[in-house]
Design a protein around this ligand. Structure first.
Ligand code: COS
Length: 379
């Protein structure tokens, strides 16, 4: 195993770091307050090549490895976990098509992403969160012309209000259950397809999170991704691939909070000396740094395993779970070191703590990750 970044990855890291410093960091408080991404930022991210990072070269993308993508998302996470979430959702929603889509589907979907489009992964429903197999959105096939009619609703869908294309999971069996789950491509503007309520979230506020409503949405058979009933496996494989990226954003977030705490501890004087000279503060800083570094290594190991075609589902769940917990712990400790100032909106760490909470919840709660890990170990 060698996780040392190569020259190309170091350049990529530097490029995203500069982008974050210029285009994201100065505007995080504003985007957090406004509950939306800054106008023009998606376009700038597109120009920087940050929207289609997983698109293979044969479909005109950069064809980056998972490890390289994790490096990008860590840097974005340092700037703003909400913006990073929006970018990473494009990868999440593209994996299903890249994994099992037809050549035509890959071409069509990748063209949208390559041209600056956003995508959304629409699995979660009011009654189907951790229990992903209980999706109740129905897809009924017209036996004569082969079209599918979709009815149902989705919630907490990242990018929904801004996306051009959606990967929607619906059940093709009347009796429901995971054996009927099927994946479909639905384009924005399809009659009967609409965006509902926008969430007013605690954190990652620049990311757009909305309800999706499907009312007699008719789509051609050519938009079905994989076979009928393959949807659960497709969703699970996709989540396996994308979870290390949640870990990467979490690492970036935790690193940013640690950096703030370190800077503050060196400047803040109490009892006649910088608080960094007190061993209780030093101990906290050391523990925070150990956690960030461990999480980073776990994320890189999961990506490295995927890139080398090794089994990586357990490692992906471990990386997501551990890094998400670390983001929560480190942002909380950063506030502790900064005391009242950390708790104030004047400093960025209270936002980081709010952003961190979702890392333990989305793309599979950390309880679900532990379930996946235990199952892999026990059975
Ligand atoms: N890769 C491939 N196949 C998988 C898989 C994976 N990672 N995990 C499960 N499967 C398969 C199983 O092998 C099983 O197949 P068979 O029935 O053919 O044996 C089938 O899927 C059902 O597996 P299981 O019985 O474990 O399913 P459960 O309904 O108990 O659910 C969990 C498993 C809880 C792990 C799953 O529902 C899950 O990941 N939930 C979280 C969903 C999530 O992350 N939501 C976030 C919102 S989307 S951003």
């Amino acid at each position: 195993m060698n996780f040392a970044l190569n020259e190309e990855q170091l350049e990529l890291q530097e490029m995203v770091r500069e982008f974050v410093e210029q285009e994201i960091a100065p505007y995080t408080a504003e985007m957090d307050r406004d509950n939306c991404i800054r106008e023009g930022l998606i376009e700038k991210a597109y120009e920087m090549g940050l929207l289609n990072v997983i698109v293979p070269e044969e479909f005109d993308g950069p064809g980056l490895s998972s490890l390289s993508v994790a490096v990008i998302y860590e840097e974005l996470g340092k700037g703003c976990a909400g913006v990073a979430t929006s970018m990473a959702a494009n990868s999440l929603a593209t994996y299903p098509v890249l994994m099992v889509g037809t050549e035509e589907q890959k071409r069509m979907y990748c063209d949208i992403i390559n041209n600056g489009g956003l995508a959304a992964f629409a699995l979660t429903e009011p009654g189907a969160g951790s229990d992903a197999g209980s999706v109740s959105t129905r897809a009924v096939k017209d036996k004569e012309n082969g079209t599918y009619t979709l009815n149902g609703s989705k919630i907490f869908i990242t990018n929904a209000g801004l996306a051009d294309v959606f990967l929607v999971f619906a059940n093709t069996r009347q009796s429901g259950g995971i054996r009927g789950l099927t994946a479909f491509i639905v384009q924005k503007g399809t009659p009967g397809f609409s965006i509902g309520k926008k969430e007013d979230k605690m954190g990652i506020r620049p990311s757009n999170t909305c309800e999706v409503i499907l009312q007699d949405v008719v789509i051609p058979e050519a938009n079905r991704v994989g076979r009928e009933g393959d949807g659960f496996r497709i969703a699970m494989n996709t989540l396996d691939s994308a979870r290390p990226f949640v870990g990467a954003v979490s690492v970036g977030l935790a690193q940013a909070a640690l950096n703030c705490a370190v800077k503050y501890a060196k400047e803040r004087r109490q009892f006649g000396q910088p608080i960094a000279s007190f061993q209780m503060v030093q101990s906290m800083i050391a523990d925070m740094a150990i956690k960030v570094e461990t999480a980073r290594l776990m994320v890189r190991e999961a990506c490295w395993r995927r890139d080398n075609s090794l089994e990586f589902s357990k490692e992906a769940a471990m990386a997501k779970c551990y890094a998400g917990d670390v983001a929560m712990q480190v942002t909380t400790d950063a506030i502790q070191i900064m005391g009242g100032y950390g708790y104030s909106r004047e400093y960025p760490v209270e936002k980081m703590m709010r952003d961190a909470k979702i890392m333990q919840i989305y793309e599979g709660t950390n309880q679900i990750q532990r379930l996946v890990i235990a199952n892999k170990i026990l059975y």
